[in-house]
Write a protein that binds this ligand. Sequence first.
Ligand code: SAM
Length: 334
Amino acid sequence: MKLAALQKELLAFQKKAKPQELNELKTFIADAFFELHEHKDDKAEVQDKIATLHEIAAEIRPLVNIAGNFKTDKEIWPAHGEFSEMNPETTAVYDDFLYPDEVLDPLMDAGEAKCYHCNACGSNDTVPLDIISHSASAVQLAAIFRFVLPAALFPNDMVITGAMRAAMGRMTLVDIGSRLGPVLYAAHELTDIGTIVGVEIDERYNNLVNTVAKRRGLGRISTVTADVTTAAAAPVLEGADVVFIHNVFDFFVSPDAIQSAWRATLTNLRRAKKGTLILAKPALHTMLENSGMPEEAVTKELEFVEEVDVSQAADVAVAELGLDGLEIFFYRIK
Ligand SMILES: C[S@@+](CC[C@H](N)C(=O)[O-])C[C@H]1O[C@@H](n2cnc3c(N)ncnc32)[C@H](O)[C@@H]1O
């Protein structure tokens, strides 16, 4: 068959195909082209990278508690939004990066990590605890960095070429509130981004991340100890091509300060380059609404970004990595 005829058939298929069929076709073509580009081992490589992230998690586990906090830290319970409705008494904070299911489940089975609470003390009337995490899991981060980010950076390409890798090498990723560093390690292991910076207010976390990065030779990672709501953080954000924001203030900033923290952070972010991608978990408007900001103000604050539809790449990632779903929202600075 001539290429032109094949292209015509593919375009006709694209018009009538269901989203799932389209995804399957894309995965098929991507797999075939990866083979042509000697990336046969891509799937195995992603699993190897996830295993490396799990090894890093195992190194960090003894240094913090099961929530990923230093032992003396106190949680600040949010006053607005989805988390405020949860009861601290019946909610457990387990760090998804440090404790993947295969590590947490045996602890729960052995009763070393609670998964139920008692409805009436002393009775058998037990109810599952609500479980939250302040870190994304290694598998979720692999999905974001290996499948979704390349699709957003290079929307018209299905295969990562040497030129794209080189372009990523000139990019800077900034994780706002980098804490234990999962986003930084995952970006290092699963992307070619050349400069990976964590901005974190708590120096103890940065010391920990710097130790891990040095020990493992993750030389593209650095940290900046700064308050992202102040002008001191603006130069870091100005140089960013990709900014990651994972629920930075809930649980870490007191409810009365959270709205002004968001306003100041967005003022800094507006100074970033046009075209900079923002990766948010949960959606930006959800985080702002959770701060108690009125809806109209949220819309106004977010006028400087447009959402990027990454649903197709996210669907592919979910299928490839066998995830239940993937919560990540992409925006581009206008
Ligand atoms: C939910 S954790 C984010 C974890 C990390 N990005 C990840 O996905 O694994 C939020 C982090 O933001 C940090 N943080 C809170 N307020 C901050 C501020 N004003 N400036 C910089 N970091 C801040 C907290 O100390 C905490 O480590």
